[in-house]
Design a binder for this molecule. Structure first.
Ligand code: CA
Ligand code: CA
Length: 365
């Protein structure tokens, strides 16, 4: 009698991403199977025996972890008995091995962003488009997942999305022609995004979950925008506001030193407490805020890093100032004066005309 071969695994038209294990069953009514050979077409498209199992008799043969080139191939198994009767399974099966996609270099336009102006600053964003050449031997259309990211140099690719410094694409699309194509990802960084150099990455994933990524450092720049800052001062008694200082600054820049003079006309020495309101910035009606602690103050130190941060609560003012301001009594020769010095580091993340009010409260020593 001649043997009978049945293909068990993998099923016909199976798609694999790695080495493949084949299982076939060979039986013979005489129980005299001598060997079973696995055949495939993946060796330069030549149909040939890939492996031989010489176990005698009826039973299942396993060909483990067979290495197969990318592509779609035909396979079968042949059993021979001791009498020289050889037979294949009735029908060939096909198997497909997947290749990972490959990618080129990302390029983005424009390389320096500019922002749309009025009338709708709350929605104000710039558009940057980044493109990437891709290839997949199973066809560019097999790329099913496309993800683009852009990030400021102060964070990393995997940081959380933030309007300030990290964005995932608004959209990514592909244009395909056979195995190759182009992926284009669009981003909309907001008007208050951090100035400086931004990097980009694009991930592509094929329908077998194999991925490829391209990244480009310093792909485009966001220019520094300028804020105009006004600081208003008042004494809590009397409520007379005096607008001093201000000007136009880039985020991160320092203002000039501002000097508020306190004059004592009374016969008691005084200290002072100060506090301020958070900085409010208005850009065509869209409001953003920054903490008042960007303002620092001292009575005699002109070094921003060693000045006290302005609090919002008058009871928690810089103790060195409160306890040591020490404005002396007025005397026969006239009143005494002392100055408080202020300095502002312009906050990042805000845009437009910003204002804040600082209150000065005399305290009897
Ligand atoms: Ca036989
Ligand atoms: Ca593929």
């Amino acid at each position: 009698m001649i043997p009978v071969v049945v293909l068990i695994e993998p099923e016909d038209e199976y798609v694999a991403s790695h080495n493949v294990t084949f299982r076939v069953n060979a039986t013979d009514a005489d129980n005299n199977v001598k060997n079973v050979s696995l055949y495939g077409s993946w060796n330069n498209s030549v149909w040939k025996s890939v492996d031989v199992d010489t176990t005698l008799g009826n039973g299942t043969r396993t060909f483990s972890e067979v290495e197969i080139e990318n592509g779609t191939w035909v396979w079968n198994a042949m059993a021979c008995d001791v009498d020289g009767n050889c037979v294949f399974a009735e029908q060939n099966y096909t198997i497909q091995l997947n290749s990972a996609p490959t990618v080129g270099t990302i390029s983005c336009t424009p390389t320096e962003l500019s922002y749309i102006s009025q009338p709708n600053p709350a929605d104000n964003y710039a558009e940057v488009n980044c493109t990437l050449d891709v290839e997949d031997l199973e066809g560019c259309n097999s790329l099913s997942t496309l993800v683009g990211r852009i990030w400021h140099s102060s964070v990393t690719e995997n940081s959380a999305d933030s309007g300030l410094d990290h964005y995932t694409n608004d959209s990514c699309s592909k244009t395909c022609s056979g195995e190759t194509g182009t992926v284009k990802c669009m981003f909309h960084p907001r008007y208050y995004a951090e100035a400086g150099l931004w990097s980009v990455s694009i991930n592509v994933t094929d329908n077998m979950d194999e991925t490829a990524k391209a990244a480009e450092a310093d792909a485009f720049a966001i220019p520094a925008y300028y804020s105009s800052i006004n600081m208003s001062f008042s004494t809590e008694l009397g409520g007379v506001f005096q607008r001093i200082g201000g000007g136009s600054f880039a985020p991160g820049e320092y203002s000039d030193y501002l000097n508020m003079s306190i004059t004592g006309y009374i016969n008691r020495p005084i200290n002072v407490k100060v506090h301020g309101t958070n900085i409010e910035c208005n850009y065509g009606g869209a409001l953003t805020y920054a903490d008042v602690s960007y303002i620092r103050y001292e009575k005699d130190t002109l070094d921003y890093s060693n000045m006290c941060a302005m609090p919002t609560n008058a009871d928690s003012t810089c103790s060195s100032l409160k306890d040591n301001f020490n404005l002396r009594n007025a005397t026969d020769s006239g009143p005494n004066s002392k100055s408080i010095y202020y300095m502002l580091q312009v906050p990042t993340g805000v845009k437009g005309s910003c204002s804040t009010t600082v209150y000065i409260t005399p305290v009897q020593r």
